[in-house]
Design a binder for this molecule. Structure first.
Ligand code: F6R
Length: 261
């Protein structure tokens, strides 16, 4: 796994955005996998900035989001649909017909999960997946104990995740307990991943994901099996890593992802 450590959260998010931008510039019809939450906000701001400067064209891009709360429709400000339009899609020229999020209000959720998997395959698979990480090590909503071969499905959120996400709601009681999420197996089939983590509260989960044993108790650790993952961290999220020096040394031989072609 390539590990890039930036001095601040903002700088880490800019680096993640530049990696996404480079993907879209090189392959305008890219299929992007996208995440919600607090972490990617500054990354999306940078993508919007590059688009407004005329350096990034999303017209041919297709996107798939990782997850959605069960019971929340696009009209609900707390839904991930709403989040994505408010924080990215509305500000760039992506075709709304090419954006995909799981349907948290589908009458038949199981069938909708299977259809979501099929639509990823029909789009040719995900070229670049952006991932955040939960304080319990989850990627998407694959909570501890999730099968590392799991596919898009319904998942119950852990108490820790409900508490972490309560900041986006008026109170913790309003956080849905169920979500539709891509599986770990689905994520492992993407061609490239960025694992973006910022802040001290992610340090333990990041340490376990990158240097710990492969375990369903930290589903991000499954990324050790993925051939092309770039972990982009700020210094605070990197504090539990033991091999910091070797990551920094390796980076000194790599091209700077912040430099856009
Ligand atoms: C969101 C998602 C989650 C978040 C994670 C971190 O689509 O898939 O795995 O990435 O919960 O959330 P933040 O960034 O809010 O700390």
């Amino acid at each position: 796994m390539r590990v890039i450590i930036r001095p601040t959260a903002e700088a880490a998010c800019v680096t993640a955005a530049r990696i996404i931008a480079e993907q879209v510039i090189r392959q305008p019809a890219s299929v992007l996998g996208l995440a919600t939450g607090g972490t990617p906000l500054a990354c999306y701001r940078e993508l919007i900035r590059l688009h407004r400067e005329g350096r990034l064209d999303f017209a041919a891009v297709t996107s798939f989001n990782l997850d959605e709360y069960v019971g929340l429709g696009p009209e609900n400000p707390q839904s991930y649909h709403h989040f994505m339009f408010a924080n990215l899609f509305r500000h760039i020229n992506i075709d709304p017909n090419r954006v995909h999020l799981p349907d948290g209000k589908a009458a038949d959720l199981r069938a909708a999960c299977e259809a979501y998997e099929r639509s990823i395959v029909a789009a040719g698979g995900i070229d670049l997946q952006l991932l955040g990480i939960g304080t319990d090590g989850h990627i998407a909503f694959n909570e501890p104990g999730s099968s590392l071969a799991s596919r898009t499905r319904l998942k119950t959120l852990c108490r820790q995740t409900v508490e972490d996400n309560a900041r986006f709601f008026d109170d913790a009681d309003q956080v849905p307990r169920l979500a539709v999420t891509m599986g770990v197996g689905t994520i492992l089939e993407t061609r490239r991943c960025i694992l973006l983590a910022t802040g001290e509260n992610k340090a333990a989960a990041i340490g376990a994901a990158i240097e710990g044993p492969l375990t369903s108790q930290n589903t991000a650790s499954a990324l050790q099996l993925h051939p092309e993952v770039i972990a982009v961290l700020d210094q605070a999220a990197a504090t539990s890593l033991r091999r910091l020096e070797s990551y920094q040394n390796a980076e000194s031989y790599m091209p700077d992802p912040d430099e856009l072609t």
